[in-house]
Design a protein around this ligand. Structure first.
Ligand SMILES: [Mg+2]
Length: 131
């Protein structure tokens, strides 16, 4: 896929899992952040194509970070990742054409489905990966 991704989660294990799935799919992980403040700073520095954003985090939570990222770049793809009981999260991103939501716990399939939708990647488009 070759797209640049920033992974945000306060759990190191969760970041490692997301990284594994994305790298297997051919995406380039350009950074990892452990809280919302780091996420906003790293987003500004790196201008990634995609951000995976945990919601429950110290310092600045993921929803606040999402709104800050949106002020900086309305077109960046952002996937919020949180437990299913936080329905208000899903509602906020439902109105954002460049936003996505996946509930925890998630599979590689769940994550990559959301990634493909936002980055307009076709599963059959393997030719670009070969080269
Ligand atoms: Mg968390």
């Amino acid at each position: 896929m070759g797209q640049r991704v920033l992974i945000v989660d306060d759990s190191r294990l969760a970041r490692a899992t997301v990284r594994k799935y994305l790298v297997q799919a051919g995406l380039e992980v350009v950074g990892e952040a452990g809280n919302g403040r780091e996420a906003i700073d790293m987003f500004t520095q790196l201008s990634p194509d995609l951000v995976t954003l945990d919601v429950t985090m110290p310092e600045i939570d993921g929803l606040t970070a999402f709104r800050e990222i949106r002020k900086r770049d309305p077109s960046a793809a952002v996937i919020l990742v949180t437990s299913l009981d936080q329905k208000f999260i899903a509602e906020e991103v439902a109105h954002d054409p460049r936003g996505g939501f996946i509930p925890k716990p998630f599979s590689s399939f769940d994550l990559l489905k959301a990634v493909r939708q936002l980055l307009n990647l076709d599963e059959s488009d393997d030719s670009s990966v070969e080269g």
